[in-house]
Ligand binder design. Structure first.
Ligand code: AHR
Length: 504
């Protein structure tokens, strides 16, 4: 059995977790909206046509914020098409994903759905085919109280109270040649700055996210961030990062090491933000919004064969296997380890489209990746303790020497808990892990959840929804203030410790 050590110090804190790090994303794409969250003719539909089975799973995940309506979709979107009486809403060709958009669901429905889901909204504006004027108008429609053209239009549409949306994305992936209205960094930077300017004139309480690179592989990565921030630094609050991971070569050890690419991406973007800060002699710090991240590759081949101009096709429907869940666990650990700068992150996406939740006409179920996200979102609140890992490593082609163990420790002072998230990437051996927690007197192991499976390619289906599911009963114990845990080979682990009190 391999041995590893985790080192923490109660005074050495990385940061407080912003709950929005457990955000997600819903795009008008495939069956995410239609048939995913909205299906009026479904037996599970509520009075507004929202699927109750999907809502229950979203609520279980405790998603604090959902990005909407895209994605590539937003760069060609006329939000006005999706508000007002449904019988007047136009059907349009949607050019990002080559489908027909009925507009039966729009921003007011999304606001209602978000309330039911217990999530806030992260709204993106179209800086592709549209621009400043459109951004100003949608903000007025959503946030202005009354007595103006767009606020009164909202009231006519049955929404007396403003939606008060606080978080806005200035476009989507504007560095990508696939994006409608793709721009150079200079063009986008100027537009984003001017748009931010008028949006904050209208509502100074909002927070804005500028587009960073669509991935670290983009040829413009690095210079894009620097140029965009040069233009927008004083006006925006966050810079976005997007990254998707794949195992198309079917090389599991290489795949499981890929959170190191995310880690490097985040560190580099932080350096660029701080370079611009220094250059501008600014006191302000830009934070990061990792607003698209996930595994995405299973569906790419079949998506090539989809017929164009259909409605709600089965698009980007990755069926996630067990090894995907392990990487998602490591990606969550990586985000948490950067919680001092990553304040928002969105698992892309939420339902049906590269998603933890799947639906059919007969039910809704949890994919494998649902579980690490569920555990992190529900148990990973509080402060992140700087977590050093001493672990054996293995050599990879793209990620250097990768430790077999990924781990992060959190403390929740209100609940008097310590929570360790840990992934053992070793495909052959269990691992014995110790962590000296004598500084935290009186803690004892309360539960040790494990997600593992003999078959790395095991999936959950509607017929077998619990094929890959966590169980309690991992081996861990606290002895004289030292945590001793055995992490099974290829496993995701959640070890929760709680302070016990003795009453005399
Ligand atoms: O999440 C799927 C797509 O990935 C989004 O529309 C786009 O922003 C990214 O390229």
């Amino acid at each position: 059995m391999k041995q590893a050590r985790i080192i923490t110090d109660k005074y050495y804190i990385t940061g407080t977790v912003d709950k929005r790090i457990y955000g997600s994303f819903l795009e008008h794409l495939g069956r995410a909206v239609y048939e995913g969250i909205y299906q009026p003719e479904h037996s599970q539909a509520d009075e507004q046509g929202f699927r109750k089975d999907t809502l229950a799973l979203v609520k279980e995940l405790q998603v604090p914020v959902v990005r909407y309506p895209g994605g590539n979709f937003v760069s060609g979107y006329f939000w006005e098409d999706g508000v007002g009486p449904k019988e007047n809403r136009p059907v349009k060709p949607e050019l990002a994903w080559h489908v027909l958009e009925s507009n039966a669901f729009g921003l007011n429905e999304f606001a209602d759905w978000s309330k039911k889901a217990g999530s806030d909204i992260m709204m993106a504006v179209n800086l592709g085919t549209r621009g400043m004027e459109d951004a100003r108008n949608i903000l007025e429609y959503c946030n202005f109280k009354k007595g103006t053209y767009y606020s009164d239009l909202r009231r006519q549409h049955g929404y007396e109270n403003p939606h008060n949306i606080k978080l806005w994305c200035l476009g989507n992936e504007m560095d990508g040649p696939w994006q409608m209205g793709h721009k150079t960094a200079a063009e986008y930077g100027r537009l984003a700055n001017e748009t931010a300017h008028i949006m904050k004139e209208l509502d100074p309480s909002i927070e804005l996210v500028a587009c960073g690179s669509s991935s670290a592989n983009m040829p413009t990565f690095g210079s894009w961030e620097a140029e965009v921030l040069d233009e927008t630094y004083d006006m925006v609050d966050y810079l976005s990062l997007h990254m998707y991971f794949e195992n198309s070569e079917n090389n599991t050890p290489e795949f499981l090491a890929k959170n190191r690419i995310m880690d490097d991406f985040i560190s580099t973007v932080i350096s660029i933000c701080d370079y611009v800060k220094g250059k501008k002699h600014s006191k302000k710090q830009i934070h990061l919004s990792f607003d698209e991240w996930n595994v995405w590759y299973h569906s790419k081949e079949s998506d090539q064969k989809l017929e164009r101009w259909t409605t709600a096709p089965h698009q980007l429907e990755d069926i996630y296997n067990f090894e995907d869940a392990l990487l998602v666990g490591s990606l969550l650990i990586t985000l948490l380890k950067h919680c001092d700068r990553v304040k928002i992150a969105c698992l892309a996406q939420l339902v049906n489209v590269i998603a933890p939740i799947m639906t059919s006409d007969t039910g809704a179920w949890r994919q494998t990746i649902y579980y690490p996200f569920l555990h992190a979102s529900t148990l990973g609140r509080g402060t992140v303790l700087t977590t050093l890992v001493e672990s054996p490593v293995y050599a990879t082609r793209d990620c250097g020497d990768a430790p077999y163990l990924d781990a992060v420790m959190l403390q929740n002072e209100d609940e008097e808990t310590l929570t360790l998230f840990a992934v053992n990437k070793d495909l052959a051996e269990d691992m014995e892990v110790t962590c000296d927690l004598r500084q935290f007197a009186g803690y004892t192991v309360q539960k040790h959840l494990v997600l593992t499976h003999d078959d790395m390619k095991a999936v959950n289906t509607e017929e077998h929804p619990d094929n890959v599911a966590p169980h309690e009963g991992g081996q861990s114990v606290m002895e004289d203030g030292i945590l001793h845990a055995v992490l099974g080979k290829h496993s995701w682990n959640v070890i929760q410790m709680k302070k016990y009190h003795t009453f005399n």
